[in-house]
Design a protein around this ligand. Structure first.
Ligand SMILES: Nc1ncnc2c1ncn2[C@@H]1O[C@H](COP(=O)(O)OP(=O)(O)OP(=O)(O)O)[C@@H](O)[C@H]1O
Ligand SMILES: [Mg+2]
Length: 311
């Protein structure tokens, strides 16, 4: 397996405060990889070190096989967290200009800009000035400018924030299409649902450290499935047959799936006259796994950060 990004032991301090405290990040080529974490976790600082925009105080990073990321900048597309475009430029020129900054000749950039805009159903905005666009539309134009030189590695810092639900869905489609065409995509997000839908692998960062790295599935498997059970009888001696962690919620019994399975619980309940009216066993989502891994404080911060963003 070739790694598009192999960062090890990244450390960054600002004015004596440690923002990133020994982050490793291994992103296999051809994968959609998500970095999750609350505000101030160190996501942006980590991405900026990986891209060579800032140098780490400690640690190394190899990007597309090169330990000096700026030398492979032409093969990288980067959507920074702070968006910004030249207001008086026309959309098509802006996209071509962004390609030129990454080494793509301007005339080719203009042709590709037209193609990208048409593919994204924005064929009619190419001649408009950036200042006339809505915020979400300007962000989409910036994204297309990030992709115009056909980068092998695409790094997107909070790409979904500021987009409405329709444009979030279109961005998900675009990210998958780039992956299918062979690119590697690394993005950061507060919104767990995007990572859950898109990523084969994720890292959860909190307090400048990686708390989890691996597949979304393995993160979910860290928690037991949840059982929601409705008994026909509402009270009785059979209550003792339910696992000790059982809580009543809206007339249902909630508990973690016992490691021995559900059968023995059901058998005892039936034998002792509880009756079974309804039963569901739900695998935990990434959201619950995130809380367990990053802690409740991190979850509260995530909720605050994503207020206003849509899932
Ligand atoms: N240039 C800087 N100077 C001083 N402190 C900084 C600088 N950049 C980041 N920090 C601090 O480093 C920590 C990590 O910030 P960073 O922007 O990497 O977090 P983040 O995970 O991207 O957060 P967010 O979700 O809000 O974007 C924060 O405490 C932040 O205040
Ligand atoms: Mg950030």
């Amino acid at each position: 397996m070739t790694l598009a990004i192999d960062a090890r032991g990244l450390v960054k301090r600002f004015e004596g405060k440690t923002a990133v405290n020994g982050v490793d990040l291994a992103v296999p080529e051809g994968m959609i990889y998500g970095v999750l974490g609350p505000n101030g976790a160190g996501k942006t600082t980590s991405l900026r070190m990986i891209l060579g925009i800032i140098d780490p105080d400690e640690g190394t990073r190899t990007v597309l096989g090169n330990p000096r990321p700026l030398e492979v900048a032409h093969a990288i597309g980067y959507l920074p967290e702070e968006r910004g475009l030249y207001q008086s430029m026309a959309v098509r020129e802006m996209i071509a200009f962004m390609g030129a900054l990454r080494g793509l000749p301007l005339d080719q950039g203009r042709r590709r800009a037209d193609k990208l805009l048409t593919e994204y159903d924005l064929g009619d905005v190419g001649r408009k000035q950036i200042r006339t666009l809505s915020k979400g539309m300007a962000q989409t134009v910036q994204l297309l400018g990030t992709l115009v030189h056909d980068p092998k590695l695409i790094v997107l810092d909070e790409p979904f924030s500021g987009l409405d639900a329709i444009n979030q869905g279109r961005l998900e489609t675009l990210i998958r299409a780039r992956r299918d065409a062979g690119a590697t995509i690394l993005f950061s997000t507060h919104v767990i649902a995007h990572a859950e839908r898109l990523c084969s692998e994720i890292s959860i960062i909190a307090g400048g450290k990686v708390r989890y790295a691996g597949s979304v599935d393995a993160a979910r498997d860290r928690l037991p499935s949840r059982v929601v059970l409705r008994t026909r009888a509402k009270e009785g001696a059979w209550r003792a047959d339910l696992p000790p962690d059982t809580t009543p919620v809206d007339g249902n019994w909630h508990f973690a799936l016992p490691s021995t399975g559900i059968e023995s619980v059901l058998q005892a309940l039936i034998t002792h006259g509880a009756g079974i009216e309804n039963l569901t066993v739900e695998r935990p989502g990434l959201h619950d796994a995130f809380i367990a891994i990053a802690g409740a404080d991190a979850e509260a911060a995530m909720n605050m950060a994503s207020a206003g963003d849509m899932a």
